[in-house]
Design a protein around this ligand. Structure first.
Ligand code: CBF
Length: 796
């Protein structure tokens, strides 16, 4: 596409879609006009991909996920369709600030963390590889909450990303299904009939997801909840306006918020409703599509692979059995076989408390027929494999249900998959030894290097051509360049410029000045005890104390950057946030140490912020208690962007270290096995504290009010936890973390060597592309083939 054709398209949308002339157009208007012009370019490949799928009668992959953390879409679309430079030229020509236009787009907060971002990377890779696929999820009006800090504490606010028109989606009023809840189960002629007591409408909204060069586009179909009756007119006419609007308000509650606090009964009720709502709508939709082309539902497993992203869509098992058995009259056993032939389950956590369980009471109340079917599935499984139950202590265990209903179950890193076999799913694995397979996570190199880090990706393309963007393993061709001083200089320069940009943003948005030559040390992820942000802040405190002791020391300057949200009901995580902010305000105002140490915690960590922070990072903090982080994907993004990792042997860190080389990775801490052993030592925390005076002093600072304006109690909870139960072994890993951190300091001072290590991280991280992950799912789980690439629209 020529620049002038793109310009015409933007101006035409400005006029005819937005009804604005250029003189009066706002940044919003220009952004929407450009997005519509970009969207136009995606529609043809999108249609062609669908037609090609029908023509080939290809197997389709359906990815069911409660989260799709897609972030902003405009820049990605421009890059993938090859018109980024033209778009920039158009706006330069119009005298408008292109960066400002791109940044006007709201960040779609349809996810919480790694699981949701993984789903978004997978959709992009599925399109890049040309595998016919569809993502199914919920169109949350507010998504995950927006985080703000008030006096250092997290405050949650409703995210309002949908108050503006979401230009990427197409509303599909015709693709709507009635989804029922509650009610009774009757018997009719030997068949069970479920009569729900209430129902809402699930309506589809489609967003095309375009792959690299626009050769293929799949669909993200998100369901919005609507009432069956918009307005109760009788009540309205009787003057009871609030009651008249109630059906609409209640129905819409289902697609309002991602992860409503489920510590209350109402919250649990809503969460289970959400899960059933999107799963049931998706199954009906995919069966309708199948039946438009095929007659025999017994062929479903040949044509359809359904991936359950965690247990949130686990109700898919009983629902599919219900449709096939109750509604289509198949034998229960046949229905089971078909369901199991289609369904696969990805586990993302070993934390037992994170594996969902629903009480029989709630399940029976909302989904009475499903509870009966779960009992039957349980009995059938126990008859063949005695000893493990889906239902236990009056609860349905969704992990077990997912496992039993799945053809394949996968973990998300080699270590995690191995641990699944000996911990949470030990008994099931012993019964079904072939079912668990590993699929190490990956990230799309388009967004997480090409787009988010134009300086580095430009340098890479200059050195080895742009083949790496589609085939990230070709980044290894950089290896010889790592010995070239000129290349390394440019590598360092790109990183430094990214740091300068970030420094400016920090200064403008937070009023903190940071030195771009200091080490940018970043820990960004959900706040959780197992991720151990409190280990990091404790080390920060200890470092600050030593700097104050020795103000003439030759310290390596560091900027410690944190980012992340705590679940609204997770009190301890919120205390950690408060502690980090409190430490930041003391340290950042200390004239003695300010030239060496700063602590920066921008609020509302999201995809956009990650895209800003990762390219500027020197050090990536991956410091979870070994055995607790299933994989991590941030760790991969950092390595790809030339940051070195300080980390434990946990999740995908293990594989990252193998790929980048042990010399280019700062390892510390206990292994998963040592962690389990250490926990059995009585008083392990006290033991560690008494052996390390540095640690003792840092913990003491939590108790003596140093960071709480003299209040001894404010952070006592955290101090007591670290020195008491310390389940996540912060105290026991502290000394080794300190040692590794000082090694990092030393290494950073040798700028040439650091640059080489950083460049090797980039050169050796291509394996962590989500293209590799998706290829592996396609061959080992889905039996789905990439279709032929269509035309390359980027070249047109
Ligand atoms: O597999 C993707 C990610 O999922 C999580 O975020 C999750 O939600 N359970 C894990 O915590 C990550 O380790 C993992 O990378």
């Amino acid at each position: 596409m020529s620049t002038s054709a793109l310009k015409d398209s933007v101006l035409s949308h400005l006029k005819y879609s937005l009804g604005k002339d250029p003189e009066h157009a706002t940044t919003y208007d220009w952004r929407v006009a450009l997005s519509l012009a970009a969207r136009d370019r995606i529609v043809d490949p999108w249609f062609e991909s669908t037609r090609a799928t029908y023509r080939a009668d290809a197997k389709r992959v359906y990815y069911l996920s409660m989260e799709f953390l897609i972030g902003r879409l405009l820049e990605d679309a421009l890059v993938n369709t090859g018109v980024y430079d033209d778009a920039k030229a158009v706006f330069d020509d119009l005298g408008l600030n292109f960066g400002e236009i791109l940044h006007d787009e709201p960040d779609a907060a349809l996810g919480n963390g790694g699981l949701g971002r993984l789903a978004a990377c997978f959709l992009e890779s599925l399109s890049t590889l040309g595998i016919p696929a569809m993502g199914y999820g919920i169109r949350y009006e507010h998504g995950l909450f927006r985080q703000r800090f008030e006096g250092g504490r997290q405050v949650e606010e409703a995210e309002d990303w949908l108050t503006q028109e979401h230009v990427w989606e197409f509303e599909r009023p015709e693709a709507a299904f009635e989804i029922g809840f509650g009610g009774q189960v009757y018997e009719n002629g030997g068949r069970a009939v479920w009569r729900p007591q209430e129902a809402v409408i699930a309506q589809a909204f489609d967003t095309p997801v375009v792959g690299w060069k626009g050769e293929w586009a799949n669909t993200l179909r998100l369901w919005g909840a609507l009432p069956k009756t918009v307005l109760d007119l009788q009540r309205f006419n009787a003057g009871d306006y609030a009651a008249a609007a109630e059906p609409e308000a209640l129905a819409r509650t289902i697609s309002r918020v991602l992860y409503p606090d489920d510590t209350t009964e109402e919250g649990k009720h809503l969460r289970l409703k959400q899960e059933y709502f999107f799963t049931a709508a998706s199954l009906r939709d995919l069966i309708r599509r199948f039946e438009a082309e095929h007659d025999d539902l017994r062929d479903l497993p040949k044509r359809v692979a359904i991936q359950l992203n965690d247990t949130h869509p686990a109700i898919a098992g009983p629902e599919l059995v219900r449709i096939l058995h109750d509604e289509r009259g198949m034998e229960f056993e046949t229905a089971m076989e078909i369901a199991r032939g289609c369904l696969n389950y990805t586990n993302h956590t070993l934390l037992p408390e994170a594996l969902e369980r629903w009480s029989d009471g709630l399940m029976g109340y909302l989904l009475p027929r499903h509870l009966q079917l779960i009992e039957r599935i349980d009995t059938a499984h126990q008859t063949q494999h005695p000893g493990i139950a889906i239902r236990e202590h009056g609860e349905v265990k969704m992990g077990e249900l997912s496992f039993i209903m799945a053809n394949r179950v996968n973990g998300v890193s080699a270590l995690h998959s191995d641990l699944m076999k000996v911990t949470v799913f030990k008994d099931l694995h012993d019964m079904h030894p072939d079912r668990i397979v590993n699929q190490t996570n990956g990230v799309t190199p388009r967004r997480w290097l090409r787009t988010c880090n134009p300086r580095l990706s430009g340098l890479i393309t200059d050195a080895i051509g742009d083949g790496w963007i589609k085939d990230a393993e070709r980044l290894s061709e950089l290896e010889p360049h790592v010995n070239d001083a000129g290349f390394l200089d440019r590598f360092v320069q790109a990183k430094r410029e990214n740091k300068v940009d970030l420094g400016q943003w920090i200064a403008e948005s937070m009023g903190i000045s940071v030195d771009p030559d200091a080490m940018f040390d970043v820990q960004i992820k959900r706040i959780h005890e197992y991720k151990r942000q409190h280990l990091n802040i404790l080390e920060t405190i200890a470092l600050w104390q030593e700097m104050r002791d020795n103000p003439n020391g030759d310290w390596t300057p560091r900027v410690k950057i944190f980012g992340g949200k705590a679940a609204p009901g997770y009190v301890f995580a919120k205390e950690i946030i408060y502690l980090i902010n409190s430490v930041a305000s003391v340290i950042n105002n200390d004239p003695v140490t300010s030239k060496w140490l700063k602590v920066v915690y921008p609020a509302n960590y999201n995809v956009t912020l990650a895209e800003r922070l990762i390219p500027a990072a020197n050090l990536s903090e991956q410091i979870s208690t070994a055995g607790k982080e299933a994989s991590g994907t941030g760790n991969m993004k950092f390595a790809l962007n030339g940051a070195l990792t300080i980390g434990t042997l946990d999740g995908a860190n293990v594989e990252i270290r193998e790929h980048v080389g042990a010399d280019n990775f700062f390892l510390f801490g206990m292994t998963a096995e040592e962690v389990m052993e250490r926990r059995t030592v009585e008083g392990h925390a006290w033991d560690a504290i008494s052996k390390d005076p540095r640690l003792a002093r840092a913990v003491d600072a939590l108790r003596n009010g140093t960071f709480a304006g003299g209040d001894h109690d404010r952070f006592r909870g955290i101090a007591d936890n670290i020195s008491g139960p310390d389940y996540f072994l912060v105290a026991s890993d502290f000394s080794d973390y300190w040692r590794a951190s000082r090694e990092v300091d030393q290494a950073f001072r040798d700028t040439g060597h650091w640059a080489r290590m950083a460049a090797l991280n980039t050169a050796r991280s291509g394996w962590f592309s989500s293209d590799r992950t998706i290829r592996s799912y396609a061959s080992e789980i889905w039996d789905a083939l990439p279709s032929k690439p269509l035309r390359n629209i980027a070249a047109e």
